[in-house]
Design a protein around this ligand. Structure first.
Ligand code: C5P
Length: 137
């Protein structure tokens, strides 16, 4: 529980970067909360998992690629209070991956230049992460 009594949810997110410096965004599918918004892929950290392990698992399950996180520290954290929970979300940058991303869970995937990310409506937790990626990339 957080101070305000809201559940704390830990989600790990990944900025997957290709050889051209583009970042992969995933559009949340119909039927999910925040459907239609574009996010950094990732998911909930399960019990006993490190956030890095979550990324490796989620990228395998959601988009069918193998990843290696070269830098173990997150670039930054999203921290956002939604109506029913508080989300804490480290953002990892991943440049090493094997395979071609393909949508395995009904998402739409798109490679986007960092400066174009603002054209894609994002969940409020993800949006503040954009300037960090623009600076880095
Ligand atoms: O993806 P999943 O639905 O498991 O994520 C749980 C919640 O975390 C979402 O409903 C959304 O509110 C939030 N989330 C987010 N940005 C992400 C991933 C999840 O705001 N990149």
């Amino acid at each position: 529980m957080t101070q305000q009594g809201k559940r704390l949810l830990l989600v790990a997110a990944c900025a997957l970067v290709d050889a051209d410096g583009r970042v992969l965004l995933a559009q949340r599918p119909e039927g999910k909360q925040l459907a239609g918004l574009w996010e950094f892929p990732g998911g909930k950290v399960e019990q006993g998992e490190t956030p890095e392990e979550t990324i490796v698992r989620e990228m395998r399950e959601e988009i069918g690629i193998e990843t290696k996180i070269a830098c173990l520290a997150p670039l930054t954290f999203a921290s956002h209070t939604y109506d029913d929970f508080h989300l804490l979300m480290p953002l990892y940058v991943c440049r090493r991956f094997w395979g071609t991303p393909e949508p395995r869970e009904g998402q739409v995937l798109k490679w986007v230049r960092p400066r174009q990310m603002r054209d894609y409506p994002m969940p409020p937790a993800d949006e503040p992460l954009i300037p960090f990626l623009i600076d880095l990339l």
